[in-house]
Each structure stands twice: as structure tokens, then as C-alpha cells.
Design a protein. Structure first.
Length: 214
């Protein structure tokens, strides 16, 4: 099957929340030697965003959203090893979390898998993580970077709280920050004083490497 046809199948598998089909598409991607990252971003992630739009318009409901998330997680699980397999020499250390009040962690998982391929060590604190916990680990582990993901407009404010708390602890500037997540923008990053914003996983990698080189 061609790459474009497989991408179409990936999107469709998310829209109809068909885990079996999604797994087959993911396995076919690897068998055909296609880039799993492209399939994730242009296929499965594009599909789950369409699911989110339908949910936002009241055309799908929470149980479907939950099934779609489960399908997405199965797919990222299949791709994870391939994405994480090519790690290079150690370039830095970072801590990553989805902010408090927010359980969305699919995008965070993809970003982390890709960042690890660049030889950056990542401590994944998971989801729904408080600012104090993030700062505690960042200080203990002497990290170079903190990455946070926020998917709800109501939890983005935690990213601002992180900047404020880093200032209070005298860590602002010493530890660089990166923000992301669907509602997050460059404008938001500038407004709160974050060091970088990334729209997707590949931009996240580039920004992380830039920050580590400064
Ligand atoms: C899957 C999903 C869920 C799953 C999450 C499962 C999981 N383990 O993650 C479940 C079903 C649990 C869920 C629950 C809810 N959800 Co929801 N969910 C989604 C959905 C459909 C997809 C999110 C996703 O995985 N996208 C795919 C990934 C790959 O994309 P991504 O996360 O954006 O990540 C990419 C970039 O943003 C970037 N990135 C991400 N993080 C970072 C970090 C850094 C540092 C950088 C640089 C880059 C970066 O790179 C990633 C890869 O390219 C979105 C729709 C959407 N458009 O986002 C709604 C959405 C986010 N959810 C929404 C809502 C309302 C909810 C609920 C409140 C619903 C409810 N009534 O309970 C709850 C909230 C629970 C909570 N407290 O967090 C709304 C939010 C609206 C808003 N304005 O805030 C959305 C937008 C749907 C909608 N249109 O209404 N959800």
C-alpha cells in the first residue's frame, strides 16, 4: 500500500475508533519501512484531532474520546521502540510533565520519544503533575530543561505558575523552559516568559537542541 493510502487508513482508523485496524496500519508502516513519525503526525494524530473537533461540536461523546485515546496509545506503543531506538550521545537532561489538572499525555509521549532519539535524557513525571513537584525534581536532578504540556485552556495557567515559581526559587534562566500542547502558542510562551514553544514533536526537538546549545 502507498504511503498516502496508509495515512488515509490511519486517519480513518481513529475516526471509527477501530483499534484492530489502527494496529494493522501501524504494523504495515514498519513492514513497509515507512517513517513512523510521519505516520504518527500526518495519520494518527491528524485523525485524533478530527475526533476532538467532533467532540467539541457535540457530534461525539466522552466514551468515544476515551476509546480514541486508547487506540492512539496502542499505536504509539508500537512505534515507541522504533522512534526511541536511535539514541545518540548525551547532550543534556530534561524533566517533562503534563501540568496539574490535566491528564492528556499522548502528545507528551510522542515528544519525549523523539527528544530521546537526540541523546537528551528525559525524566518523565507523567500527567497531572504539580509545579512544586516539577521544580523539586528539576533541582534534585540538576536538569538543563523543563518541558510542560497543557491541553486544556484551564490548565495552561500552570505553565505561567511554573515560570513564577522558578523565579522565586532563583532558578529562572539556569533551567530553561519549553511549553507545548494544543491550545499553547508562541504568543503564550512570550507572555509568560517561557524560553521556547514547539508546535509539534519535531519542532520540540529542534527547540530543545537550540536551548541546550545556548
Ligand atoms: C485524547 C483526548 C482526551 C483523552 C486523553 C487521554 C490521554 N491519555 O492523553 C481523554 C478522553 C482522557 C480526554 C479527557 C478530557 N478532555 Co480531551 N481531548 C483529547 C483529544 C481528542 C486529543 C488530544 C491528543 O492526544 N492529541 C494528539 C497529540 C499527538 O497532539 P497534542 O497533544 O496536541 O501534542 C502535540 C503538540 O501539541 C506538541 N506538544 C504537546 N506537548 C508538548 C510539550 C512541549 C514542551 C512541546 C514543545 C510540544 C508539545 O507535540 C505533540 C506531538 O506533535 C483533544 C482534541 C485536540 N484537538 O487536541 C481533546 C481535548 C483536548 N479535550 C478536551 C476536553 C474538554 C476534555 C475533558 C474536560 C472532557 C470531559 N468532559 O471530561 C477531559 C479533561 C480531563 C483532564 N482533566 O485532563 C478539549 C479541551 C477544550 C479546551 N478548550 O480546553 C479538547 C480540545 C476537545 C474539544 N475539542 O473539546 N481527552
Amino acid at each position: 500500500m502507498s504511503k498516502d493510502a496508509l495515512i488515509k487508513e490511519a486517519i480513518e482508523s481513529m475516526l471509527i475508533c477501530d483499534k484492530e485496524k489502527a494496529i494493522k496500519v501501524a504494523e504495515q508502516t514498519l513492514l513497509d519501512g515507512l517513517d513512523p513519525f510521519i505516520m504518527l503526525t500526518e495519520g494518527f494524530s491528524a485523525g485524533i484531532r478530527q475526533v476532538g473537533d467532533l467532540f467539541g461540536r457535540g457530534q461525539l461523546f466522552l466514551p468515544e474520546l476515551m476509546v480514541a485515546a486508547d487506540v492512539m496509545q496502542a499505536v504509539t506503543g508500537i512505534f515507541e521502540q522504533t522512534l526511541g531506538g536511535k539514541s545518540a550521545q548525551k547532550k543534556g537532561k530534561m524533566v517533562f510533565a503534563t501540568v496539574e489538572g490535566d491528564v492528556h499525555d499522548i502528545g507528551k509521549g510522542i515528544v519525549i520519544s523523539l527528544i530521546k532519539t537526540q541523546g537528551i535524557e528525559v525524566i518523565d513525571l507523567g500527567r497531572d503533575v504539580s509545579v512544586s513537584r516539577i521544580i523539586e525534581v528539576a533541582a534534585q536532578e540538576n536538569v538543563d530543561l523543563i518541558g510542560t504540556s497543557a491541553l486544556l485552556t484551564t490548565t495552561m495557567v500552570e505553565q505561567k505558575k511554573l515560570e513564577d515559581e522558578l523565579k522565586k526559587h532563583g532558578l529562572k534562566g539556569k533551567v530553561k523552559t519549553m511549553v507545548g500542547g494544543a491550545p499553547v502558542t508562541q504568543r503564550w510562551a512570550d507572555r509568560i516568559g517561557a524560553d521556547a514553544y514547539g508546535e509539534d514533536a519535531s519542532e520540540a526537538v529542534n527547540k530543545a537542541l537550540e536551548l541546550l546549545n545556548q
